[in-house]
Design a binder for this molecule. Structure first.
Ligand code: NAG
Length: 181
């Protein structure tokens, strides 16, 4: 009980972000306490930081934190959820300038976990965290979070991304309705 509630209260004040593909993840970004993730912070510290680093890594092999997110960004679409910092003009401009295959926010799928594999990854990460001994302070929780993130299995990434075509088809069949689990 206390384990769950202390974890929950930490997670409420701890915002974290990262990017995933079928083969790799970016470094996880955890902003400092009380930081507001506004468009400028998002572009400077996240898009131009760990996201871009993960797009431009030199390696194609290695752990999920070592290899490049996608082999060829020209064949890949970078999709975000509809958070205001993501859809902001600054962020959209950055994507247009820095990604060879830019899709504007207007063509992203609806803001639905059904069509956003990273929502399932966040759920997995939070669940793994809840299985660990309760962190007694924020720094320990950050360490636990980074360890869980680094230990994500390549199979899980493959599974989450590999399920997308079928989920998209199902969503079309249901006229955009909820596809469930
Ligand atoms: C990346 O993909 C684009 C578009 O399919 C292609 O024109 C380009 O040659 C590819 N680059 C590499 C390095 O394979």
């Amino acid at each position: 009980m206390s384990r769950q509630s202390s974890l929950l209260s930490f997670l409420l004040i701890l915002w974290f972000g990262g990017a995933m593909s079928a083969r790799a993840v970016s470094e996880l970004h955890i902003p400092p306490p009380k930081c507001t993730v506004n468009p400028k912070y998002y572009v400077d510290e996240i898009l131009a930081g760990p996201c871009q680093d993960s797009f431009t890594r030199k390696r194609y092999t290695g752990t999920i934190l070592q290899r490049r997110l996608c082999q060829n960004m020209s064949n890949s679409v970078f999709q975000q959820d509809g958070a205001p910092a993501h859809t902001s003009k600054l962020s959209q401009q950055w994507c247009q300038l820095n990604l060879p295959n830019y899709w504007a926010k207007e063509v992203w799928p609806g803001n639905s976990p059904d069509l956003s594999p990273i929502e399932n990854l966040w759920a997995y990460v939070k669940n793994e965290l809840s299985e660990l001994p309760a962190a007694s302070n924020l720094d320990l929780l950050k360490n636990q979070l980074k360890n869980v993130w680094a230990d994500i299995s390549p199979d899980l990434l493959k599974r989450l991304m590999g399920g997308m075509p079928a989920r998209m088809r199902k969503c079309v069949d249901l006229n955009g309705g909820n596809i469930g689990k």
